[in-house]
Write a protein that binds this ligand. Sequence first.
Ligand SMILES: *Cc1c(COP(=O)(O)O)cnc(C)c1O
Length: 357
Amino acid sequence: MTVYNFSAGPAMLPKPVLAQIKEDIPSFQNSGMSVMEISHRSNLFDNVIADAENDLRELMQIPDNYKVLFLQGGATLQFTAMPMNLATQYNRIGLIDTGHWSIRAGEEAEKIGTEVETIATSKQYHYHQLPEDIDDGNQYDYIHLTTNNTIEGTAFTKLPQTNQTLVGDMSSNFLAQQYKVADFGAIYAGAQKNLGIAGLTVVIVRDDLIGKKKLPSMLDYQLLANKNSMLNTPPVFAIYAAGLTLKWLKEIGGIAAMEKINRQKSALLYQFLDQSKLFNNLIKPADRSLTNISFVTGDKKIDRAFIEQAAQRGLVNLKGHRLVGGMRASLYNAMPLAGVTALTDFLDEFEQTQEAK
Ligand SMILES: *Cc1c(COP(=O)(O)O)cnc(C)c1O
């Protein structure tokens, strides 16, 4: 049985990436060692990390005045590291509240004494849409924005208008749709959704924003950049896996080609949901995410039955996040169109069975 994994993260990897990992495991580039065993100070690994950075720069067209960091601690650690490094002038950030992860970013910044002002929220809409406008009248070191709201299922396609520095948590739509790096002062993303496996977090940061004060070494972007992300032992295997995923994405045709496929995939599911009498997506159409699509029937028992029966067909991890309930299908880059077709076919079949009852 073909299994399609709709998990929100850790998520599916592209099949060719898994095949390459399998091939490389016993002996990476004829070294007689697996990539998990090689030194991070070896030429072998130097090439792995340099290729990963170059491919990422090429794919995202990252300008030269931005540093690319390969770090650990997940996106969650960046909720702390970002204000430590960037909130140095006003000690104040503006928060665009679009749901759970944006709130978490604010909470962690407050813990280190950064002032956090919510300058826009869509809470009154139960986060079923994005905020209509932002109030950036005050001065902020940066404005924090979650480009894709993994749990709620919204995403920014157009960024809010502001002259102030934007910082984007791009964890769940990194490399899934096109953004201009120069529109941000910094971007961060955990790798386990669109870039490979857990244990790696990518930070892309404009070089004039960092190096403003002394910080603990492992949180100091300037120091980490000076050391090419190798201040200590980096997550060698996760960087290698990200490198393979980036090569795969280049072969597909890059982010523009990937976005086209992602639009096709998500449109297929949204179209089904919009005509369905049983399943409902509650998100305002203009603000819908390409990568995380939640839906409900309004009846918890039916939701449960659907999730269980879908799993028996190999459509796994469709349970919605506990905060919103229902179902969620995560359609990250590695999810093929065939997986979405299998899902809509089964949604249709399930609905007809319900109607017949
Ligand atoms: C998953 C996710 C996080 C948390 O990522 P970790 O790497 O587990 O810390 C943060 N923000 C967003 C938008 C996410 O989707």
